[in-house]
Design a protein around this ligand. Structure first.
Ligand SMILES: CC(C)(COP(=O)(O)OP(=O)(O)OC[C@H]1O[C@@H](n2cnc3c(N)ncnc32)[C@H](O)[C@@H]1OP(=O)(O)O)[C@@H](O)C(=O)NCCC(=O)NCCS
Length: 185
């Protein structure tokens, strides 16, 4: 990573669970644009779900990385990913789910966006192994040092190593969209 050899990078392991939970709760959740909309529908449950789903499930896949401060051991950034296969007929078009959002006065634009993005994924990937970047966050003390860009570049090697034919991410933040586009996504 382009940060003067002060930052190291390694796979996340089960023993990192508490650090990962802290990163997700402290730095990811408050900055996630969709969180406030989801919080209206699932009050008090969203952060727990991010931690349960992303931190616990992703860490069991051996497909996530952390960047850390070599001198202090402090976690500087994490990227949580999952290996999966999409079926041809897989769709996120769940009318009940959308109705629940609508009934509580939440815009379904974001839901529609995800649905459209993911609708034909199975057809495109033809059931091959996919590598999905779920969540990424950097401790603001280490911001703008190229840590997230470096993590995404390295995670591509992990995806290849795990035999994935596709890698993709959904970016809800303009900054991560910029990073993704700079890296050619
Ligand atoms: C967004 C985030 C992951 C960026 O991490 P980072 O390690 O600082 O990113 P990088 O240093 O690799 O930045 C790469 C590019 O992203 C853009 N960028 C990142 N942070 C930015 C900021 N605060 N303001 C403007 N552009 C920014 C820039 O184009 C930057 O390139 P440059 O520094 O050459 O101009 C980090 O700020 C973060 O964790 N934010 C809170 C959580 C979050 O938003 N997660 C994503 C939700 S989908």
């Amino acid at each position: 990573m382009p940060v003067d050899g002060r930052i190291g990078c390694r796979k996340l392991v089960a023993a990192d669970k508490d650090d990962v939970e802290e990163m997700v709760t402290k730095y990811f959740c408050p900055n996630e644009p969709l969180r406030s909309a989801l919080e209206v529908v699932y009050p008090g449950k969203v952060d727990t779900e991010f931690v349960r789903k992303h931190a616990e499930e992703c860490m069991s896949c051996n497909s996530s990385l952390m960047a850390y401060n070599i001198q202090t051991g402090e976690t500087a950034g994490i990227i949580l990913c999952e290996v999966l296969r999409y079926k041809d007929d897989q769709t996120m078009d769940d009318e009940k789910w959308k109705a629940k959002f609508r009934n509580r006065g939440v815009t379904t634009i974001n839901a529609k966006l995800f649905e459209t993005l993911n609708k034909n994924l199975g057809k495109v990937t033809e059931g091959k192994m996919c590598f999905r970047i779920y969540l990424a966050t950097v401790n603001p003390s280490y911001g703008r040092l190229g840590i997230m860009s470096g993590l995404v570049e390295r995670i591509e090697l992990v995806a290849k190593d795990l035999g994935c034919d596709f890698i993709f991410m959904e970016s809800t933040s303009l900054y991560t969209q910029r990073i993704a586009s700079k890296l050619g996504y």
